[in-house]
Design a protein around this ligand. Structure first.
Ligand SMILES: NC(=O)c1ccc[n+]([C@@H]2O[C@H](COP(=O)([O-])OP(=O)(O)OC[C@H]3O[C@@H](n4cnc5c(N)ncnc54)[C@H](OP(=O)(O)O)[C@@H]3O)[C@@H](O)[C@H]2O)c1
Length: 277
């Protein structure tokens, strides 16, 4: 069946998430509001982005204007590194308060950059927050295989991670982590799917843009969707917000997908997955 903007993926928590998510790092309230109007139904923010309040306001405005229900939108936020361990309980309450929400749909550990003890204590707090109804699903971000294995092997694990959010694009395919996640029913969300624009001029991207009559951003988002990932493009520009969502009426052929099968390790952001902490 072909993908549409309404298509969803089932998480191990049983929640159904959209196939594409709006990235809110450095996004303003207007952009989040425009993204909801354009058709995005999942918003990715974080304590670290200092815009949870703006994301919550944009959501509230959109809900009241359209008469939609809170459960029509999937709100994602993340715990920053300095709040691992018992501090996570307050951090969750603070995120809820800032966004003026009753619950968070998906709460992620932003990165594994603390210690084994603190990461597992954090997970315990997150499991309790799910039981208390503050969070629906829990997951991680920037976890390498060794960090995921540590969590899956932990005897007190009651709720498995639903998601691992990672930088993934053709120049950072992360096949090892992605296949580990697939084997363990962990959905991979792909951040910086546009490589922050750094690879738009690559000959292979330009060739596919011409062939399919698409923008570089649309080619990279479509690649991500066809890999089974959940891409998280960000834009503050109303036109680009719309065109980045126009990726459902066509597909890249298998042969052309192979052209984007690039063996490379070229992050455009940070990479905590390799951390030995
Ligand atoms: N978990 C993590 O550690 C982590 C790390 C990084 C990112 N993320 C998440 O992933 C999201 C996306 O990643 P990102 O913001 O790093 O990068 P990205 O989405 O790959 O690229 C965003 C950049 O591309 C530009 N852009 C967007 N659409 C465009 C288009 N159609 N044509 C030309 N330029 C375009 C944007 O500028 P304009 O705004 O001017 O359009 C912005 O400068 C973030 O917002 C955040 O939610 C998570």
């Amino acid at each position: 069946m072909s993908l549409t903007v309404q298509s969803t993926l089932k998480l191990s928590s049983e929640a159904a998430i959209p196939r594409i998510e709006f990235g809110a790092y450095l996004a303003n309230e207007e952009a989040v509001y425009n993204a909801l109007h354009a058709g995005y139904r999942m918003i990715d923010t974080a304590e670290f982005y200092h815009n949870e309040a703006e994301c919550g306001s944009a959501l509230a405005r959109w809900l009241s204007e359209t008469g939609s229900k809170r459960e029509d939108v999937y709100y994602v936020t993340k715990l920053w590194n300095s709040h691992h361990g018992e501090l996570a309980a307050n951090a969750i309450n603070d995120s809820l308060r800032r966004a003026n929400l009753d619950y968070i749909d998906l709460y992620l550990i932003h990165s594994p950059l603390s210690s084994r003890k603190l990461r597992l204590e954090t997970w315990k707090v997150m499991q309790e927050a799910v039981k208390a109804g503050k969070i629906k699903s829990i997951g991680v971000s920037n976890y390498g295989i060794h960090h995921l294995q540590e969590l899956l092997d932990w005897p007190d694990l009651e709720i498995k991670p639903s998601v691992n959010q990672l930088e993934v694009h053709p120049w950072l395919p992360r096949k090892d982590i992605v296949s580990f996640c697939n084997e363990h029913d962990i959905v991979v969300e792909a951040y910086s799917p546009l490589t922050r624009g750094e690879r738009f001029k690559e000959p292979v991207v330009q060739e596919l843009c011409k062939k399919y009559n698409k923008t570089p951003a649309q080619i990279l988002i479509r690649w991500s969707l066809q890999q089974g990932l959940v891409p998280i493009p960000k834009s503050n520009n109303q036109e680009r917000i719309k065109t980045n969502l126009d990726v459902f009426g066509y597909s890249i052929s298998e042969e052309d997908m192979t052209k984007l099968d690039i063996e490379s390790y070229a992050p455009v952001t940070w990479d905590p997955t390799r951390s030995g902490l």
